[in-house]
Design a protein around this ligand. Structure first.
Ligand SMILES: [Zn+2]
Ligand SMILES: [Zn+2]
Length: 306
């Protein structure tokens, strides 16, 4: 008898399990979970996005994220097909929320990567559609994931120890959570967009650099699991969810961890803490599409769109 050795799709099974958990926990997020699922599977696969990561210039100003003023070129077919799938799912799910026709896909990706909500709202209103800005903001967040994760994948996911900032070394976003890893409980901050991780000392607020232990505290439930808490800063009133882990969470799990811990957000916000509204670092990145001809696809050449 012939036996075939096959690979177990453990991460995928784990992903499905976590998505089912989020669906059970939060009925109101149900409408958007299809989009999250699509974004995570497109990011994990990564096919078609891998060439978009920019080559870092030999000398970059210190403290600037990798994508600061970067020019990203995405494969036109991959980007359009993926954004169209997101729009179709969003329209089906969001009680008929209207989404603009003839959307500028590269413009949407650029605004999403730069966390430029005003531009996303303008895109929703454009195209003669009078689209729903909230629906398009969710689509935009999910649209940016495969591209951002392709960029973080190219860096090996983790920042060098010389990175000492509170914002993401790849995409400039504030961290989605702090991870306390292993027995040493080292504090790693994780980005919920690109999945990158970077180590930061225990007693330091990522948002305002406060280091005084009198201003830094945490909220923890009196009963229940002790692996999760909320770090709070009384100087800037920022908060960050924290999670004890054995090792680094995979990038998809960072986003799901954020979505499954809404009660921690509620506890923090009830006490006057909040996540900063502005991005950690304004990226000023550009996104353009390129089209692959059959010839260029065969030889790996890019034809940039005008
Ligand atoms: Zn990031
Ligand atoms: Zn602070």
């Amino acid at each position: 008898m012939l036996w075939r050795r096959d690979v177990r799709h453990l991460a995928n099974a784990e992903l499905q399990k976590r998505l089912a958990l989020v669906r059970r926990q939060s009925a109101e997020s149900e409408a958007w979970l299809d989009l999250v699922e699509l974004a995570l599977s497109e990011s994990r696969d990564g096919a078609g996005w891998q060439d978009a990561a920019p080559t870092p210039p030999p000398e970059r100003p210190v403290k600037t994220p990798l994508l600061f003023r970067a020019h990203l070129t995405v494969d036109r077919r991959t980007a359009r097909r993926y954004v169209q799938r997101l729009l179709t799912r969003a329209a089906a799910r969001a009680d008929g929320a209207s989404l603009p026709r003839g959307l500028n896909v590269a413009g949407l990706l650029e605004a999403a990567i730069c966390q430029d909500d005003a531009r996303i709202d303008a895109l929703a209103a454009g195209g003669g559609g009078g689209g729903d800005p909230h629906a398009l903001r969710v689509v935009a967040q999910m649209a940016a994931l495969p591209l951002l994760q392709a960029c973080a994948r190219a860096t090996g996911w983790e920042a060098p120890p010389s990175w000492w900032e509170g914002y993401c070394p790849v995409c400039g976003a504030w961290p989605a959570l702090a991870e306390f890893r292993g027995l040493e409980r080292k504090r790693w901050l994780r980005c919920g967009r690109c999945g990158a991780g970077w180590e930061l000392e225990w007693l330091r607020c990522p948002f305002c650099d406060e280091k005084s232990h009198e201003q830094l505290g945490y909220l923890a439930p009196e009963e229940g699991e002790a692996t999760r808490k909320v770090e709070v800063c009384d100087s800037c009133k920022g908060y960050l969810k924290a999670h004890a882990t054995v090792s680094a969470l995979p990038p998809w799990a960072v986003l799901l961890e954020d979505l499954t811990t809404v009660p921690l957000d509620v506890a923090a916000m009830d006490r006057g803490y909040r996540r900063p509204e502005r991005p950690g670092y304004a990226l000023e990145a550009r996104v353009t599409e390129h089209r692959r001809s059959l010839w260029s696809a065969a030889f790996g050449l890019k034809v940039r769109e005008a």
